[in-house]
Design a protein around this ligand. Structure first.
Ligand code: NAD
Length: 264
């Protein structure tokens, strides 16, 4: 339902210009929200996404290319978003990166980068948004974690550590805000076919005689008994639920959408 521009929700989505983040941006644009979308992109992509958000019904859309691996920059991004929208109702910490290598060969700078983007940036953005949310006694923080926040896979130490940490951060914020109408929850997707995963499919195909589609199938079915990827739009539906009225007493939890991965 499209909202009045004055009452439209004000939403920040980090990594909102591709993959799962873009699907969430479209879904929230469809509710008539004001959006600030983070993500690193060229001018042409920024223009295309702005046009898409307009077409979907966003009240407004700003695309912010801040590199949120830097703590000060991440905090400034949140402050600028709040200033441009005149507040914040929903913060979705979605930006994420991956690096695949065994611990013994994991480059320390890649470890740090994964922790900075996947765990520290959500902390910094939340720290800036929470006082606003507390003052208005409403708000939602939605952290896009992963099944790797609940179980591990070999060769993904930094990602697994960051996502486990993100679920811990989610629970802590939920408890600290429990005397307000501000909630904080995590979504834990299994495999979703996005640019982040496409790189892993390509690496797998290159290391075998598989075609890209065979490599994709082998990748997903190794973990997910359904043998099917989650779709970005399905993650977006869960985010819409968590941002909505029916979720006003749901906090500190993690919703797993994973094709049966963690049922095993
Ligand atoms: P994606 O690569 O399509 O999107 C990641 C986004 O993060 C991009 O928009 C990118 O610009 C942004 N980003 C990365 N580094 C950044 C930085 N330093 N500063 C600012 N922005 C930065 O990936 P995706 O698959 O859509 O992933 C979105 C989230 O979902 C991630 O947190 C990821 O860990 C999580 N996730 C993905 C899957 C999956 O199978 N795709 C599964 C579980 C969890």
């Amino acid at each position: 339902m499209t909202q009045n521009k004055q009452t439209a929700k004000k939403i920040i989505i980090t990594g909102g210009i591709s993959g799962i983040g873009l699907a969430m941006a479209r879904a929230f644009a469809g509710t008539g929200a004001h959006l600030v979308l983070g993500g690193i992109a060229d001018t042409q992509t920024v223009n295309q996404i702005s046009a898409q958000m307009d077409a979907c019904g966003a009240a407004s859309c700003v695309i912010d290319s801040t590199d949120i691996s830097d703590a000060t920059a991440a905090r400034q991004m949140a402050q600028a978003a709040i200033a441009s929208m005149g507040g914040v109702d929903v913060l979705i910490n979605n930006a994420g990166i991956q690096h695949v290598a065994p611990v013994e060969q994991f480059p320390p700078e890649r470890w740090q980068a994964v922790i900075d983007v996947n765990l520290s940036a959500p902390f910094h953005l939340s720290a800036v948004c929470l006082p606003e949310m507390r003052a208005q006694n409403s708000g939602r923080i939605i952290n896009i974690a992963s099944v790797h926040g609940q179980v591990a896979s070999a060769n993904k130490s930094a990602y697994v550590a960051a996502k486990h940490g993100l679920i811990g951060l989610t629970k802590t914020i939920a408890l600290e805000m429990a005397d307000t109408q501000v909630t904080c929850n995590a979504i834990c997707p299994g495999w979703v076919r996005t640019p982040l995963v496409e790189a892993q499919i390509e690496a797998r195909a290159a290391a075998s005689s598989d075609t890209i589609e065979e490599a994709a199938y082998h990748l997903v079915s190794e973990k997910q008994p359904t043998g099917r990827f989650m779709r970005p739009e399905q993650i977006a539906s869960m985010a819409l639920f968590l941002a909505g009225k029916d979720a006003d007493n749901v906090t500190g939890t993690a919703f797993t959408l994973d094709g049966g991965w963690t049922a095993q």
